[in-house]
Each structure stands twice: as C-alpha cells, then as structure tokens.
Design a protein around this ligand. Structure first.
Ligand SMILES: Nc1ncnc2c1ncn2[C@@H]1O[C@H](COP(=O)(O)OP(=O)(O)O)[C@@H](O)[C@H]1O
Ligand SMILES: [Mg+2]
Length: 261
C-alpha cells in the first residue's frame, strides 16, 4: 500500500530520514516492518574502470554514473516495472526525491544458505527458488544488476528480489548483463560454509533449462574461467578481490570449478 498521502506516516519517515546516519535501515510502524533507503549516487572507481578496460571481463563492467535522484528513480521504477511483469518485488510504501520506503519482504536467502549446518535438500530448495526468479527476470528481457543471494529475500516459500540501483552503459548488451547476473549469483553461492561442495555444473544446467536462450552461458563461463586463471596467478587474487568487493572470497574457488566444467 502506498502511504504517500498518510500524513502521520510521512511525518514519521521524514523524521527518521533526517535523524538517521545509515543509508538503509529497518523500522516498525503500526506493527509492520519497513526499510528506508536513502537516495545515493552510483559510480565505479577509476581502478575498477581501468581494470575493465584492460581485461574486458564481464563481471567487472563499471556501473553507470547516476546522481542520487536519478538512482532513486531508476530503482523505484524498476521495482514497479518488474512487479507488473509478475516478478515479486517489495511494495513501495513511500517515496520522494531523497529516500524511499519498502515493506519488509523477509530475510536474505544468503543468511539461510551460509549456515554451516544447512542440509543439501534445503540448499537446493533455496537455489531453485532463486534460479526461478532470476530466470523470470531474464526471460522478460530484464537483468537484475545485483543478483547475489543477499538480494533475494525469503519469506514463507516465496522469494522477493531487491536492490536494483545499478545500471550500465546503453551500449552493453542485455545478454552481457544477464551473463554478469549469473556470475554474481554463482559467486555469492561460494560464500556458504556448508559441509558439502556445491554442484555448480548442476546449477548452471538448471539455469539454462529455465532460460534456454542463454544456453551458451556454460561455454562462456568456461572461456571466462580460462581467461581469468592467469590473472589470478599474477594478481594473487588480491587485486581482483578488492575490485569485486564482498563477493571476492569465493572468486578463485568458483573459477577453478568453472574451468573444469
Ligand atoms: N524489502 C526488504 N525486505 C527485507 N529486507 C530488506 C528489504 N530491503 C532491504 N532489505 C535489507 O537491507 C539490505 C540492503 O538493501 P539493498 O537494497 O540491497 O541495499 P544495498 O544497495 O546497500 O545492497 C538487504 O541486503 C536486506 O538485508
Ligand atoms: Mg544489496
């Protein structure tokens, strides 16, 4: 429900926005949980751009530079556009030029699949749910832009997708952006501390079954892994890690697997 016209709610969230240091945080109102996200600029740093120019590696694609307001408009309209297609995104309770408020959609899938004691059954249950949402996005000629497991939110058997602020140069093909989504997704899975190894071959095959038009992604992943393997040796993984940030940990691990697909 959009609460833009509810004065009490608007006063409440405006005050929260003004007093908060964090860029994104949750709060409760009328016993419903919400998330407030402040508008912020998006851009890639110079090293990132340079590294992309040198290597032409898809996951390192720099994000498009946007002002805080542009980025808020981009994200909120994408949330609404995807919802119209039937992709589960959070309801926007309020928005203005400075921030927007989303209804809570549950807990990050990431927090479930990272667990040491997760069973294989549960793991593939969540992976399957996420793959289905990702496929729905891709089959509707869209990309996610941040398809890591932490941007898939789970509640009562349903997965909601969030975090759409990143956009890319319009010369970048949709296929490249979808390929980047798949890589980010796979990389985020490597962060699990589960007691068993993940079957990436199976996961990639599942994705291709759901998105047949991207059937060449498996060989593209393999090619990329071969291209990257020498980089990892030379950079000792650190440089690459720094650039891809939080998802760097499993980088090496995943690409060794992909090479051997
Ligand atoms: N609608 C929502 N429901 C549940 N959790 C949310 C929601 N929106 C944001 N979050 C939480 O806030 C975190 C950050 O939000 P996100 O939009 O991904 O921002 P960022 O760009 O900083 O990653 C998410 O990883 C999630 O834990
Ligand atoms: Mg996020």
């Amino acid at each position: 429900m959009n609460l833009n016209s509810n004065k009490n709610f608007v006063d409440y969230v405006t005050k929260l926005y003004k007093n908060a240091d964090e860029e994104i945080f949750s709060f409760e109102y009328d016993s419903q949980k919400y998330w407030l996200k402040k508008a912020r600029t998006t851009k890639s740093n110079l090293i990132h751009k340079l590294f992309y120019k040198l290597t032409n590696i898809d996951i390192l694609l720099p994000v498009e530079k946007k002002s805080a307001k542009e980025s808020l408009i981009f994200e909120t309209s994408k949330i609404e556009r995807l919802k119209e297609i039937g992709i589960q995104t959070p309801n926007i309770a309020f928005k203005n030029d400075d921030f927007f408020v989303l209804e809570d959609s549950g807990r990050m899938v990431n927090s479930y699949i990272r667990k040491r004691d997760i069973t294989k059954e549960k793991m593939y249950y969540y992976i399957d749910l996420m793959l289905n949402v990702l496929a729905l996005i891709h089959n509707n000629s869209e990309y996610h832009g941040g398809a890591q497991a932490r941007n898939f939110i789970y509640k009562e058997g349903k997965v909601t997708v969030i975090d759409f602020e990143d956009s890319f140069d319009k010369n970048i093909s949709l296929e490249t952006l979808q390929f980047r989504d798949l890589i980010l997704f796979l990389l985020s899975l490597t962060k699990t501390r589960a007691s068993f190894e993940l079957d990436y071959d199976f996961i990639i095959n599942e994705y291709i079954k759901l998105v047949p038009k991207n059937k060449d992604f498996k060989s593209k992943l393999k090619d990329l892994a071969n291209k990257i393997s020498f980089l990892i040796t030379f950079s000792q993984n650190k440089f690459v890690k720094k650039i891809i940030g939080r998802d760097g940990e499993g980088f090496f691990k995943l690409f060794v697997v992909l090479k051997n697909l």
